[in-house]
Design a protein around this ligand. Structure first.
Ligand SMILES: [Fe+2]
Length: 251
């Protein structure tokens, strides 16, 4: 797993019955725990078994942890999902995100980086924050276009496409770089696969496929153009914010 799970603290009360194996492990003497990495003990107190309470921090890899609640994480991290009017479309985008996280090495969606190779330029950036930036920019751009030109834009499609345009990044990115999968199936081809697997339409897949110059596919409708422009603007804003100018090779 990419993200560090917290240690689990096991407290053995004074009267806790211990087996012979535990007696060997704990050496049954309070002084035996002093200086042992990851183990602490309380001052000696008298008890029914003559042993003080013991607190042991179990390393993450040894701990039996509950599975991450990706459903909840996605709901909380991407509140813009609720703005998709079509219930089925909203559910499918949500499912696609859960599937992507489930297939990744991340326990927490907030730990997925935006693009580690750009860290030297823009610092530590959260993937979900970028996705929210793009979704909000695309949404407002669509509203403005509709006001200016009385256009009929599919706002649900724009929201679904913006929320899903980088959905492959949990699989493509480790905390420090691009995974082997990401190198073999570059962004955003994997996004198309994830979106299609969740039953999302060719129009939503097209937005993911055409938003990035890493493919030869260019936006073929106004909704895809809006998301591609929003993505570009969001990335440029990061660059300007970090170094005061636009660095064009970020993505
Ligand atoms: Fe993006």
């Amino acid at each position: 797993m990419h993200s560090a799970r917290p240690k689990v603290t096991l407290v053995l009360p004074m009267a806790f019955p211990i087996s012979s194996e535990w007696r060997v492990l704990l050496n049954e003497k309070p002084s035996a725990f002093e200086g042992v990495s990851g183990a602490k003990h309380s001052p000696v107190r008298s008890g029914s078994c003559g042993r003080p309470p013991i607190t042991i921090d179990i390393p993450a890899e040894s701990a039996c942890m509950s599975e991450p609640d990706y459903d909840k994480q996605v709901r909380e991290a991407l509140p813009e999902l609720t703005r998709i009017q079509d219930e089925e479309l909203r559910a499918r985008v949500h499912t696609a995100w859960v599937d992507a996280l489930d297939a990744s090495g991340y326990d927490d969606v907030r730990d997925v980086p935006w693009w580690p190779p750009n860290r030297d330029v823009v610092g530590e950036q959260q993937h979900v924050k970028h996705v929210r930036d793009v979704t909000m920019i695309a949404s407002r751009l669509a509203d403005t276009l509709a006001d200016c030109r009385d256009l009929s834009l599919d706002r649900d499609l724009i929201l679904a496409g913006a929320l899903g345009h980088d959905i492959s990044k949990p699989l493509e990115l480790s905390p420090d770089g691009v995974t082997e999968f990401g190198q073999l199936v570059p962004h955003p081809y994997a996004a198309v696969h994830i979106l299609a697997s969740a039953g999302l339409s060719a129009e939503v897949q097209h937005i993911a496929l055409s938003h990035s110059p890493q493919t030869a596919v260019t936006p073929q409708n106004i909704e895809a153009h809006v998301v591609a422009l929003a993505d570009e603007a969001a990335i440029h804003a990061l660059s300007v914010d970090a170094i005061g100018s636009i660095q064009t090779d970020l993505f």
